[in-house]
Design a protein around this ligand. Sequence first.
Ligand code: HH2
Length: 265
Amino acid sequence: MLNVTPDSFSDGGRWLDPVAALDHARQMIAEGADVIDVGGESTRPGAVAVDTAEEKRRVLPVIEALAPEATVSIDTRKAEVAEAAVAAGARIINDPSATLWPVAAAAGCGWVAMHMPADPSVMQLHATYDDVVTEVLDYVVARAAKAAAAGVEQIWIDPGIGFGKTARHNLELLKHLDRFVASGYPVMVGTSRKGFLGSLTLRGKQPGEPGGDPRPTGDRLEESVATSTWALLQGADMVRVHDVRPAAMAAALTERRPTLTGEQR
Ligand code: HH2
């Protein structure tokens, strides 16, 4: 993904300059990315909403430049930004609000229905579920059904890992991704560099051993690759990552797995 934001949790400020953003996008494509997800508003826990004009100013030049050479998705919660992004060449609306299916239907583009229980500024206060897997699954499937009824042809459902969820909720959702896959909708998953990964393997400790420091945002590569690979093995259709090369290499291995022979082992 390409965050054209000053405040994204792991790469905020790095790709604000459109030239740097394009270079980075081209590098991700060379490393194996199939879709570049462009976002101009951070949705990290506690993030403050960005004004529509500012969000458009951040994303549109990048989308216009990138669309002729790559499949671009726009990561936004605002209809006006989604419409402008599609007009600039984006082919998928990646929608953390799961409300923009009418825009996708009118534009004839793909749409991602992600689960987020409340606005990012307060969503961690809403991390309460009786049965997180069933509740999140029912929510995204209901939104996907509305989109399908409205005529959206390409729909993904996404459990929204880290959005209004505790580490335990995130792990439950990953453990039961097969139930999302069984819905019949293609599944998208984003775990990359997220906070809950930092506490899974603690620095200076063996996995599972208590104590130690949570790993910082920039030091969660192994956990990110492991969980994106897990998602693909469970049948996810698309994974959203920062570090494309290792994720793509691991994804290629999951595809080759059934054909490994004794000699190759
Ligand atoms: N996660 C983030 C943003 N958009 N979209 C989907 N469909 N699924 C996700 O899991 C997802 C998403 C958060 O990651 P990032 O873009 O790196 O951070 P920020 O929101 O701080 O820009």
